[in-house]
Design a protein around this ligand. Structure first.
Ligand SMILES: Nc1ncnc2c1ncn2[C@@H]1O[C@H](COP(=O)(O)OP(=O)(O)O)[C@@H](O)[C@H]1O
Ligand code: SF4
Ligand SMILES: [Mg+2]
Length: 354
């Protein structure tokens, strides 16, 4: 697949703060300065543990929520500045598939009505035309067109996710935001849905933003990957570079967790579970969990370091970790008193000594 480099959608330094919850002292900062450019034809992966801000980012990109600061741009124009026609084009151009479509399906609507709901909102076509469109889309996503007359509860999980994909395709979008579309599915069904998504991307020239927990899928599907932690992009780069030489310790931990068993991780005293410890004010948000943190990390928040033009990491000590780095160095890194972590790469040391 070729990427033509045209930026369709952009998030520019977006922040999202939710109102303070009852009993909580602080407002929840779900996004803390995220920037992202989405080019036509590419597949972008977004990974990060639960609560890191992935869904909040996708809701801003879809225009469902507004950023507290910063802006989202569609073909170079801020969403708030789009005229009526621009807004209509935007609504058609970006669509989403979420993890659990069942919760957003009205149980009283038939499948053909669910698929074509957007056309009703746009007052596009007659009932008859919408039924025909639903049948076409059902076939396109590998379902029997006769399913059009059924209700959501009569479908299996995999069939419902196919219906959700058909529903997202109804306005011929350019970009599909797929927010953990496989997480609720049986392992046996996941490969089928991945193949469907790949076929659709090829035939319809779609651009994907693929949000996932499963790193193996991102590695397989995505040209570029963003790693999120506590509302920030902590690393971004070509997927192959990120998986071969993760620069941020959190990316390295995520990759390690994907090929070490939970038991092996626990044996090393490490788990990806959220730390209870609050990060230091003014320091690096990842510091409480970071095996190579130094005094500098406690005191000073890192800014982005560029490892090459397309690869950046939010870390004072971005390392060219090898794939086996985390495993082979874990014990020494975890030994405490890590003012002089042995990163094993000269250029990294030079960067640090700077
Ligand atoms: N509507 C909301 N009100 C308050 N806090 C929210 C809301 N939505 C998300 N959050 C908070 O924002 C953070 C990021 O959430 P989310 O974007 O859903 O993360 P992810 O999709 O990566 O699991 C979490 O701490 C979550 O509790
Ligand atoms: S800045 Fe320090 S604490 Fe933060 S990720 Fe990098 S090494 Fe770890
Ligand atoms: Mg989410």
């Amino acid at each position: 697949m070729t990427i033509n480099g045209r930026v369709i959608l952009e998030a520019r330094d977006v922040h999202k703060q939710f109102p303070r919850r009852w009993g909580s002292q602080v407002a929840a900062k779900a996004l803390d300065g995220v920037s992202l450019k989405v080019e036509s034809g590419e597949t972008i992966g977004i990974v990060g543990e639960s609560g890191s801000g992935k869904t909040t980012l996708s809701r801003l990109l879809l225009g469902i929520d507004r950023p507290t600061e910063g802006s989202v741009l569609f073909r170079g124009v801020a969403l708030l500045r789009l005229d009526d026609r621009g807004r209509r084009d935007f609504r058609r151009a970006i669509a989403a598939v979420f993890q659990n479509p069942y919760s957003s399906f009205d149980p009283r609507m038939r499948i053909w009505q669910l698929i074509t709901e957007q056309l009703v909102i746009e007052r596009s076509g007659t009932d008859r035309e919408r039924r025909v469109r639903a049948s076409e889309l059902l076939t396109r996503v590998g379902l029997d067109a006769r399913m059009a007359e059924r209700y959501p509860h009569q479908l299996s999980g995999g069939q419902r996710q196919r219906v959700a994909i058909a529903r997202a395709l109804v306005s011929n979008p350019e970009i599909l935001i797929l927010d953990e579309p496989l997480s609720a599915l049986d392992v046996s069904v996941r490969a089928q849905i991945i193949n469907l998504l790949l076929d659709l991307q090829d035939s319809l020239k779609l651009t994907y933003i693929f949000i996932a927990h499963d790193l193996a899928i991102v590695q397989h599907l995505c040209h570029r990957t963003l790693v999120m932690y506590r509302g920030r992009v902590v690393e971004e780069g070509a997927t192959s570079t990120l998986f071969e030489k993760p620069a941020h310790p959190y990316t390295a931990a995520l990759i390690a967790a994907s090929y070490l068993s939970e038991a092996q991780l626990q044996e090393r005293g490490h788990t990806l579970a959220e730390s209870q410890e609050e990060p230091p004010a003014g320091g690096c948000a990842y510091q409480p969990r970071c095996p190579i943190a130094t005094q500098l990390c406690i005191k000073v928040a890192p800014s982005y370091r560029h490892l090459d033009t397309a690869h950046r990491a939010l870390c004072h000590y971005p390392a060219g970790f090898d794939r086996g780095f985390f495993e082979s160095n874990y014990d020494s890194l975890d030994a405490g008193g890590l003012d002089q972590p042995s990163l094993g790469r000269d250029e990294t040391r030079q960067q640090r000594d700077h």
